[in-house]
Design a binder for this molecule. Structure first.
Ligand code: SAM
Ligand code: SF4
Length: 337
């Protein structure tokens, strides 16, 4: 293997998040405005070969061993299983007999009924499905799509296809869906999926975020613990979620408290946007454009140097809770959540 990708604070990058499109078939209120999104021209979007090349440099040279596909909505990108198969064929450190990457995806779940098996068979292993209400009318109000049944079917299809684990991502917003915390916990226990509650972050395109709309992780844990007693699971490592197990053995929940309890000190990820910008933080204000290298005859050494340079500029952490915080110009769907 080549060198490890270590930033100036000593954190080693192991996880690459790849946005495969900025487009989406939903309009979640905390992510995209209902009207007026301007999509990237198709020619600006990286091809599967270009994405694979960046991933190959990260995996073979730098030992990155975890890749997550995201977007926008990754399932709206045509022929997605073809990309999954390309990434599943990569070997960590470039050893042909070595291990493959841990390949995961985050999706809104609405198309999984049709796609879950193909994605699994192409090599996808882990799946996170986003769902922010179990009530049909409210789901429609949040996503602007009457698609709760499709998402629930998608969860079943993912489990049936053998994707493991299947987790459910739920963004909680004060006054919108914070009365469903225990309903989600019950749903997860019954379906055998880990629900991950995510604090609302200032990355919405509509600029509706404010600190008092955030439901703090501690409040989420307390609400569930009062009904289904919980115990903290030790050893989170570089994972963003604090995990809690049900004391009666009925599974776990995760809480991603990016705003109230940032976990930047253990962050091990970088992100590639759909048009080839490398970002070292969700909240980064500076990006490295890899597309000129990919399309202009750049060598793998040049790509690797650009990646090292970007990682070298990774900051200690975001400053959402401080007056110095600068909101990124892009929304979550444009960065790749
Ligand atoms: N379309 C896919 C989906 O919704 O799962 C993948 C992309 S989406 C941007 C990735 C994750 O980011 C989702 O779980 C979504 O709920 C979350 N997300 C989007 N905007 C957010 C925000 N402002 N704060 C917290 N989470 C957000
Ligand atoms: Fe689309 Fe996902 Fe953003 Fe919702 S959160 S609008 S599903 S990209």
């Amino acid at each position: 293997m080549g060198e490890a990708l270590v930033d100036s604070y000593g954190r080693t990058v192991r996880d690459l998040r790849i946005s495969v499109t900025d487009r989406c078939n939903f309009r979640c209120q905390y992510c995209m405005p209902e009207e007026g999104m301007v999509w990237l021209p198709r020619t600006d979007i990286l091809t599967f070969e270009e994405i694979e090349r960046v991933a190959r440099v990260c995996v073979e040279r730098f030992g990155v061993d975890s890749i997550r596909l995201t977007g926008g909505e990754p399932t709206v990108r045509a022929h997605l299983p073809t990309l999954v198969a390309k990434l599943a064929a990569l070997r960590v450190g470039g050893d042909p007999d070595g291990r493959g990457v841990d390949l995961a995806m985050t999706t809104n779940g609405a198309s999984l009924r049709l796609m879950a098996r193909d994605l699994h068979d192409a090599g996808l292993r882990r799946l996170n499905i986003s769902c922010d209400s179990l009530q049909r009318e409210r789901f429609l109000a949040i996503t602007k799509r009457d698609a709760l049944d499709a998402v629930l079917d998608g969860i079943d299809a993912a489990l049936a296809a053998g994707l493991d684990p299947v987790k459910l991502n739920c963004v909680l917003m004060r006054g919108i869906n914070d009365d469903e915390i225990v309903d989600f916990a019950r749903f997860g226990r019954e379906r055998g999926v880990q629900v991950r509650f995510i604090e609302f972050m200032p990355l919405d395109a509509s600029d509706e975020w404010s600190a008092n709309r955030v439901v703090p992780g501690a409040e989420i844990v307390a609400a569930i613990d009062a009904v289904y007693p919980l115990a903290a699971v030790e050893g989170r490592g570089s994972q963003p979620a604090d995990r809690y197990r049900y004391r009666d053995g009925a599974g776990e929940i995760g809480v991603i408290a990016s705003v109230s309890e940032p976990f930047c000190g253990a962050c091990d990820r970088i992100r590639l946007t759909a048009e080839g910008q490398l970002r070292n933080c969700l909240f980064a204000v500076d990006e490295t454009d890899l597309r000129p290298l990919l399309r202009g005859g750049g060598s793998d050494d040049e790509l690797a140097a650009a990646i090292i340079g970007n990682v070298g500029r990774k900051w200690a952490g975001h400053s959402i809770n401080q007056v110095t915080f600068i909101r990124p110009a892009r929304s979550m769907s444009q960065i790749g959540g």
